[in-house]
Ligand binder design. Structure first.
Ligand code: FAD
Length: 457
């Protein structure tokens, strides 16, 4: 009963198994491949990278994912040590040979005296005899297990498609153009009447924008990704294809709003942004889910007045993704409230990306191990990259339920998830430009994170 069962030997499950085993806990790691395959994995290896071979920026002072790398290295991460062994030249990024990487993880886990690897699907809720379980089955969780989880959480608690709209850093928005106002000044429960940010367009700008959407580069989908669109969740470029005016009568309708910067001219169309995190540092583009290619998205969305210099915390996308409505379903220990013997880690909790998934595995592996050892610990502080991710999925996220939409969506790590930090102009510097200040803030955030991580470690 003191054994930790981990379901899924991907990025998160492999890291969780390693962390718990290193703390002295007996681990059984259940991986369904090769007995059962997924639509994206190609090999039998643990921690297989299904698409790109990049762990993104390795710059821990200036980049949030780089900081996450560094925190994981300092926490004895198997994913980071295997990445080191498999490293390829890629400028400031950490790219790996995917086979060398996966083989390194697999060999180290197989050789660990506290780890047993069992190949086979856990086809439904884990048996009751398993008292400590981590579910790390990823975006392509097998159907039988997904149904089991759904039976615990209620019908619509697991999302199967990920239709996401871009998210923008507030500090990159031009407030000479953009103003705060809710449609018809409606306050709603907990609202102020000025809860949205509005970007106005005249007719010429609107037409140019529609043309750009229609011409923009679209992602090609594999067959399994060829999902039916949900009602009310059409990609904007699909809406634009249905008619030039569709968006103006849909998410871009210019009604119920008055532009204080230009009160006499009625905008032809309006793009709205909605607050996306409790800190108010991140704003998502309402109704702008899209499958335009990333480069095209950045170019086209910067055509929107007020967003010319927009910095994107995340771009839009549409692909199959099984993830929980974690802010509602999980506690601060990543345990399912409805059945606390089950913990969750990785992409299935609503983080996005290889490194983020492995990072959650690291945290949850340690939390579970300490519980088994009888000395429970807290999740890392939210000033660290690991803790900011945990905070995002278990409570820091602002769920917008006023119109019945659960807005929790998968998220990459980024500095917008951290509590803000104040920086002062260095002495002797005459002109301190915005970018200098932004850089100083990132570096201060990283420095604070690494100090606070030591305490948790
Ligand atoms: P996974 O790495 O997928 O691991 C889950 C494991 O659980 C798998 O090995 C699976 O076989 C196993 N499993 C599932 N169900 C069961 C079961 N019932 N019993 C036993 N085992 C089971 N992120 C990036 O950073 N860069 C990218 O380029 C990228 N591309 C992606 C492309 C696609 C098509 C998808 C779907 C996702 C992509 N992601 C990418 C997102 C995400 O980071 C990866 O999916 C990442 O692998 C998630 O880690 P994980 O450990 O949560 O899940």
């Amino acid at each position: 009963s003191k054994t930790l069962h981990i379901i899924g030997g991907g990025l998160a499950g492999s890291e969780a198994a390693w962390q718990a085993a290193e703390l002295g806990v007996q681990v059984v790691l259940h991986e369904m491949r090769p007995v059962r395959k997924t639509d994206a994995h190609q090999t039998d290896g643990l921690a297989e990278l299904v698409c790109s071979n990049s762990f993104r920026s390795d710059d821990y002072e200036n980049n949030a994912v780089g900081l996450l790398h560094e925190e994981m290295r300092r926490c004895n991460s198997i994913v980071m040590s295997a990445a080191e062994k498999a490293k390829l030249p890629a400028g400031g990024a950490l790219a790996v040979d995917r086979d060398v990487f996966s083989q390194a993880v697999t060999a180290q886990l197989e050789a660990h005296p506290n780890i047993t690897i069992e190949r086979g699907e856990v086809a439904g809720l884990p048996p009751q005899e398993w008292k400590h379980v981590i579910i790390a089955t990823g975006p392509l969780t097998s159907e039988a297990l997904a149904q089991g989880i759904q039976s615990l959480t209620g019908e619509d608690s697991l999302s199967f498609f990920d239709a996401i709209a871009p998210i923008i850093h507030k500090e990159s928005i031009n407030f000479d153009v953009v103003w705060a106002q809710s449609r018809y000044d409606k306050a709603g429960p907990g609202g102020t009447g000025a809860d949205y940010l509005n970007c106005p367009m005249d007719e010429e700008q609107y037409n140019a924008f529609i043309d750009a959407l229609l011409e923009g580069d679209k992602t090609e989908f594999k067959e399994w990704e060829n999902v039916p669109y949900f009602d009310g969740c059409l990609p904007i470029e699909v809406m634009a294809e249905r008619g030039r005016e569709t968006l103006r009568f849909g998410p871009m309708k210019p009604v119920g709003l008055t532009n204080p910067n230009n009160p006499d001219v009625k905008p032809h169309a309006i793009v709205q942004l909605r607050q996306d995190n409790a800190l108010g540092t991140l704003w998502n583009m309402v109704g702008f889910q899209t499958k335009l290619k990333y480069g095209a998205q950045a170019d086209i969305f910067r055509m929107i007045p007020g967003l010319e210099d927009a910095k994107f915390a995340r771009l839009g996308g549409l692909h199959r993704n099984t993830f929980l409505n974690s802010p509602v379903l999980l506690d601060g220990q990543l345990r399912m409230k409805a059945d606390p013997r089950l913990r969750f880690a990785g992409q299935v909790t609503g983080v996005e990306g290889y490194v983020e998934s492995a990072g959650l595995g690291l945290v949850v592996g340690r939390l579970a191990a300490h519980e088994i050892l009888g000395n429970e610990i807290d999740a890392p502080p939210k000033t660290t990259a690991l803790g900011a991710l945990v905070n995002h999925i278990t409570g820091g996220h602002l769920a917008d339920e006023s119109n019945g939409i659960k807005s929790f969506q998968p998220m990459n790590v980024n500095f917008g998830l951290f509590p803000p930090i104040e920086v002062t102009k260095p002495e002797g510097v005459k002109r301190w430009r915005g970018p200098d200040r932004g850089k100083a803030k990132k570096q201060a955030t990283s420095a604070r994170a690494l100090v606070d991580l030591e305490q948790w470690r």
